[in-house]
Design a protein around this ligand. Structure first.
Ligand SMILES: Cc1cc2nc3c(=O)[nH]c(=O)nc-3n(C[C@H](O)[C@H](O)[C@H](O)COP(=O)(O)OP(=O)(O)OC[C@H]3O[C@@H](n4cnc5c(N)ncnc54)[C@H](O)[C@@H]3O)c2cc1C
Length: 463
């Protein structure tokens, strides 16, 4: 099986890599190796990634055509500050240009034309207000495909890719093969060798362990990535109604005074519910909102970002440890009233029932988050809650509920150059699995960057 390019993973990074190559050089022979199924055969027996997950292997939510993107909320974020760290690799200007390029491709495949987000006047208004209380507003616009829209867009992309490339479903990439420090192909789990002059590894978060293991095997350098640890805050919806109406999905950053740590507000769900996520036997918190069902509450995550330095090498294990501690204390997810946290008391069912905010995650166990979260994280989060209260009075009410813990792990970063080529010639690492992105838009952009470098090497001038 001889190809010019072998792509591991058919998530947004792999798909956009293939689309770019096909667009500019339809004569290239391309294989996409995907351990999951075609999109129409992806069915989660549990329908949510919550407790009760049947642990399918591979997981239908995360693996298959469209990757984790196919069943996502489908929010395409038009901002260089959101969804990854490509700005650190290619610079902000180039990233902005590529986001615009990829956005057009999503539109061609049926993404909705409507852009949510603020008008320049509203952005200016909230940027000013935020600055006065030491918060930084991250302006962004969102093209919201929704789950159905996302599936339809990914299906349309499949039509184009499948006409020009071979998509090998139910096929696991086992090893990246290298000769003379140059990639030569992929050995699959079912014993086939897929020869290719270029290999693009885009295995997503679900495949990050595989990529980390390949990096060790091939002696590629890796770097620690960030680990984001914090809580989900639930408040009455009217408290942040004005900012939500103006900005659609506010993203705010605060640098704590005590530790100078970055705390970010993200995943804002007006009228939404608090949910759980189950990964590697750990239950963590998340949030969701629905188009046609609204609760009287709003929830959002407040996360402290840390990037550990040498010699510590286990940021994921650190985050898991804290999540496990919360699970141990609450036999699952903990919930605490802000008043109780501040007074050093655990919440009880009775105390929670006195809160004006009725929890949307009734399975959360009332407890004491200060036993699970490090002082550093807790104090930075409380500082941000106070800053938010000045922007939107009521956020720091005694009744606010805090759920814990919410943790976001990102894959270890494989060292790449500005074209996403690794230390091995013609081997590229793209998307969430490479630890350089964490959202649909930047993952897609990373696929285009790798494709363009391959096109450059192939002498294509049309890039
Ligand atoms: C529930 C959920 C909701 C989300 N909502 C949003 C949102 O609204 N907006 C947003 O911007 N982002 C969202 N995200 C994040 C977004 O989905 C990811 O950032 C994006 O999909 C990453 O793209 P990727 O191509 O790097 O990897 P993935 O989409 O994870 O795709 C990787 C693919 O590689 C395959 N693979 C892995 N290892 C191997 C192997 N060894 N051999 C063969 N195949 C392999 C996997 O099966 C998978 O299909 C969401 C994620 C989840 C889980």
């Amino acid at each position: 099986m001889e190809y010019d390019v072998a792509i591991v993973g058919s998530g947004p990074a792999g798909i956009h890599c293939a689309l770019e190559l096909i667009d500019k050089r339809p004569d290239l022979r391309i294989a996409i190796i995907e351990r999951g199924k075609p999109i129409e055969y992806r069915h989660c027996p549990n329908s949510t990634i919550a407790r009760g997950c049947r642990k399918c292997n591979p997981c239908h939510i995360l693996a298959g055509w469209g990757g984790a993107g196919a069943f996502s909320d489908g929010k395409l974020t038009i901002s260089t500050h959101v969804g990854g760290w490509l700005d650190e690799i290619i610079g902000e200007e180039k990233l902005a240009e590529l986001i615009d390029y990829v956005d057009k491709r999503y539109l061609e495949h049926g993404a909705p034309k409507k852009l949510y987000g603020a008008s320049p006047d509203k952005i200016e208004k909230w940027t000013r207000r935020a600055a006065l209380v030491e918060l930084q507003l991250i302006p962004q616009q969102i093209r919201h495909m929704g789950r159905e829209g996302c599936i339809s867009v990914m299906s349309s992309m499949y039509q184009q890719v499948a006409e020009n490339a071979e998509v090998l479903f139910d096929t696991e990439a086992k090893d990246i093969r290298v000769d003379d420090n140059t990639a030569i192909g992929i050995e699959t789990g079912n014993g086939r060798f897929i020869s290719a002059r270029y290999v693009v590894a885009a295995p997503g978060r679900v495949g990050n362990e595989w990529l980390a293991q390949q990096a060790r095997r091939l002696s590629l350098s890796t770097e620690n990535n960030y680990v984001d640890i914090g809580v989900r805050v639930e408040i009455p919806a009217p408290v942040m109604e004005d900012i939500a109406n103006d900005l659609y999905e506010p993203k705010l950053v605060y640098y704590s005074k005590r530790f100078d740590d970055k705390v970010r507000l993200f995943c804002f769900n007006p009228g939404g519910v608090v949910t759980t996520e189950y990964y590697d036997e750990i239950l963590t918190v998340n949030g969701q909102s629905f188009a046609n069902m609204k609760t009287p509450n709003t929830n959002f995550a407040l996360l402290v970002s840390t990037r550990f330095t040498a010699p510590f090498k286990h940021p994921i294990a650190y985050g898991q440890h804290i999540a496990r501690l919360a699970n141990m204390l609450g036999d699952g997810v903990l919930v605490q009233r802000l008043a109780d946290l501040r007074r050093g008391k655990r919440s009880t069912k009775e105390r929670i029932s006195r809160s004006t905010v009725k929890p949307t995650l009734p399975s959360a166990e009332p407890g004491d988050l200060s036993f699970a979260l490090p002082y550093r994280h807790l104090s930075s989060i409380l500082e941000m809650i106070d800053a938010l209260d000045k922007l939107c009075p009521g956020v720091a009410s005694d009744n606010a509920l805090l759920y814990g813990v919410e943790v976001k792990f990102y894959s270890a970063r494989v060292r790449v150059n500005e074209n996403l080529e690794t230390e091995i010639h013609n081997l590229y690492a793209a998307g969430d699995g490479a630890g350089i992105t964490r959202g649909l838009m930047q993952a897609s952009v990373s696929g285009v960057i790798a494709a363009r470098d391959i096109l450059r090497k192939e002498g294509s001038t049309d890039q």
